[in-house]
Structure formats: structure tokens, C-alpha cells
Ligand binder design. Sequence first.
Ligand code: ATP
Ligand code: MG
Length: 356
Amino acid sequence: MPANKKLLILPGDGIGPEVMREVRRIIDWMDRRRSVTFEITEGLVGGAALDATGSPCPDQTVAAAAAADAVLFGSVGGPKWDKLPFDKRPELGILRLRKDLGLFANLRPAVVLDALIDASALRPELVRGLDIMIVRETTGGIYFGEPRGIHVNEQGKRVGIDTEIYSEDEIARVARVAFDLARKRRNKVTSVEKANVMQSGRLWRAVVGEVGAAEYPDVELEHMYADNCAMQLASRPKQFDVVLGGNLFGDVLSDLAAALTGSLGMLPSATIGALQSDGRRNALYEPIHGSAPDIAGKGIANPSAQILSFAMLLRLSFGMDEDAALIEQAVEKVLGGGLRTADIMAPGMARVGTTV
Ligand code: ATP
Ligand code: MG
């Protein structure tokens, strides 16, 4: 008997708990279908944790996350907590988890399902069959480099400072994540930076090239300036397989790629940590949408992104590729059958039901 997989579920706030309930129904179905493979713990995070414990990310949650094989996260935040001081914000819940678990690589697939093409924001010929994976470095780069801050210079004028710092180890480890993913996909990595104007970009290009040549000679590697990549994503998106970028460029490009799919309620994501000596790595999976307080509690939220985040977890953390594919196909089948939540309804389409 293989050891049970330890899964920590953190529903959070807003629509988090209601879309997570749909995942629990899938897990129940999987449990009934065969011997139990999950050991599930549910924990508190975000506003829900603040209300119960005074902290948006209690130590108990961090400890449970570190002990788990994977974390399934909902979403945090809402108007109820908006007026709190910065160090009490529900959003700190996810930030602390990322930091304490060392989650340095954010994976965001941008996939357009055929069934959804009618609801897509862009021309169908552009995005039909789109399947891109954006890999973004999340713990380094310009969001964290020192010095940073707003100072007053000798002329009495304010000066804003951010510093982009990347070490070769930081670049190499996230590059390996991108190359490993490419091997399971279409075998191509596009690495983006601004090596023409930034020193950290020059190093980024050099290190990704070295890792590729030494460890992944079978994977096609292409270097692209980030601005050009933005233009190419908007005009010829299907040339891309895995796109690799630092914290800032990865942030911008992953939102651009998400916009191509035209469906916030459909997109999952993963944030993963270093490969440990026992072959495990910390990983947290969450939908890219937020807590959507405007629709929370109404039973109209699209649970697909949360469900697809669970499928991504099964594939990447538990190696359960078949189960992941089954869930993805089920989502596509439901949409193909015409069942839609409001966020993915094409103009003029009849409302069939409120929940998928
Ligand atoms: P964040 O919390 O990441 O800052 P945000 O506040 O910018 O996110 P969301 O909470 O994702 O944004 O909501 C943006 C809009 O999209 C809202 O109008 C919300 O109702 C809608 N939305 C988000 N997720 C879903 C979903 N799963 N189903 C339907 N509508 C959604
Ligand atoms: Mg929000």
C-alpha cells in the first residue's frame, strides 16, 4: 500500500469555501471509487483565520502546510477586513505561506478549452487550442531587492528606488522547473528578460542558457526580450509552450496570457518550492481569481478554477495523471454540454443553470 497523500485544504474567504465544497465532492467521489488515498486536513487562512485567531496565517496553518504533501488554497480577503492595518491584512496569509514554504516558482497555465471558444475575449482563430504554461520566479527579483524605498535627494525631490537582484542559483532552480515542465509538454522553453538593458537580465539569459545546454539539450530553448514577448503573446500566442520569466516580467506576462483565455473563473495555478532530498517539494495550488466578494454566498461562482487547481495538484504533486485528466475532461464535458456560470457565458447565450 502506498503511503496516504497528505492534503491540506485552506478554503479562506469569499467564494473560497463555496468553490472548495465542489472539490470536496470530487474527492468524495474518488474515495468511493477506490481505496482512500488522501489524508485531508482543513485549516484557517486569511480573514477567516483573523476572525478566529487574530492572525491571517496562524502558526498551526504554517506547520500543517509544511507537513502536507500539497496545499489546496481557496482565496482570501474581502471588504470586512479592508480597513485593517497593513500587518493585519488577510492577504498576508498567502504571502507568509509562500515565504515560509520557500515557494519560488509560480506556474500559470493559460488554456482555452474548445467548449469555451464562444466566450473567449479574443478572435477564435487566435486562441483555439491555446495551451501555454507561464513559469514566474516569485521570491526574488525587483519586488524584494535592496536598496528599496522612497527617499528625498539633495535637491529635496522624492526618489523611488527598487533594485533587481538575481543570483545564479535563483535563476537556475526556476529554469529547471520550466525545463522539466517542457519535457512533459511540447518540449520548448521561451525565456524572457531585458538582457539588452539590464545586467540581471544578462545574467538571467546566460544562466538559463547554461542550464539548458548542460542538463536539457533535448529541450528547445529560445530567448526573447520581455516587451517582444508581450507583443508576440497578444498577436501569435500559439508559438509558445513554456514561458519562463523573473518576478516582474512573469507577473505581467501571466496576466496577459490569462486575458487571452477570457475566463478568470477557469484558471488554476501552482506555486512550488525546491526539490528536497526525499523527492518531495512543497507546493500550493490556487485559482488565479480572488475572493470575489461581490458574488460570494450567492451560489453563482464558477468552481472550475478551483477544481482545475486540484487537477493540477494531482498531476504535479501526487503523480496522478489519469485522475487529473479525468477531472479536466469532466470540466470540459460540462461546459461542452452548455452549462455555464455567468462569468463564462457568451453574449446571447441562454442561462442554463446558476452553478456548473
Ligand atoms: P485579488 O483578490 O486577487 O486582488 P480581485 O479582487 O482583483 O482579486 P477577484 O476577486 O478575482 O478580483 O474578482 C474579480 C471579478 O471577477 C469580480 O467581479 C468577481 O465576481 C469575478 N470573479 C472572480 N472569480 C470568479 C469566479 N470563480 N466565478 C465567477 N466570477 C468570478
Ligand atoms: Mg479581491
